[in-house]
Design a protein around this ligand. Sequence first.
Ligand code: ATP
Ligand code: MG
Length: 232
Amino acid sequence: MLEIQDLHVHFGVIHAIKGISFTVEEGEIVTLIGANGAGKTTTLRSISGLKKPTSGTLLLEGVEISGLSPQARVARGLSQVPEGRRVFPEMTVQENLDLGAFLRKGSSHADLDEVFDRFPILAERRRQLAGTLSGGEQQMLAMGRALMAKPKVLLLDEPSMGLAPLLVQEIFSIITKINESGTTVLLVEQNANLSLNIADRAYVMETGSIVLSGEGKALAQTDEVKRAYLGG
Ligand SMILES: Nc1ncnc2c1ncn2[C@@H]1O[C@H](COP(=O)(O)OP(=O)(O)OP(=O)(O)O)[C@@H](O)[C@H]1O
Ligand SMILES: [Mg+2]
């Protein structure tokens, strides 16, 4: 579904991504874990087109997308939920969701109903300004907005950030359900414990490189991952 080959990204003289390669197969949840500054967000932003890589190949369903605008990538089925949610605070929940469907052809009423089914709290609060939602509700809105684009691949950047443990569980269970209904997921997380448990496969990043990869639950059992990312 998604294939990244030898991706390099620089910020000025800083070599933030040093030639990483990985794949996400159709129907999988793949997680990218790693410490602060490892390059997880930069990798996602390169895939969605928000950061221009220095070099490398990005294939979506076998088609090179490097030359496409972020909007064109959304239209082809890539949708990103950014780190920190980034909902439009002065717009209502409904308006935020409508924006998510902006790049799609055809009516989005059925999709809106689907998002409201998945996130009932958003239906209740559809006329509330997004900036007044709680952190967890904003995360749900950001995910709902991305789903309005009917993505083939959903890119999630630290959906658990700043949320209470119970809510984190809920968000992860929703991610699993979204995946089960047919959406491929690339999940960036610092919460290695939960993300390795829901992921089919995982890649561990350190300072711009992939240092480990494997099946999610198997990686969680390795001494290296336990020591560095699971607190023991
Ligand atoms: N706009 C920028 N300008 C300069 N350097 C940047 C910029 N964005 C990221 N970097 C650098 O690139 C490296 C990777 O950052 P990135 O945000 O991708 O890490 P991350 O793995 O997402 O970290 P976190 O877990 O803290 O979100 C870091 O060294 C960071 O300082
Ligand atoms: Mg990040």
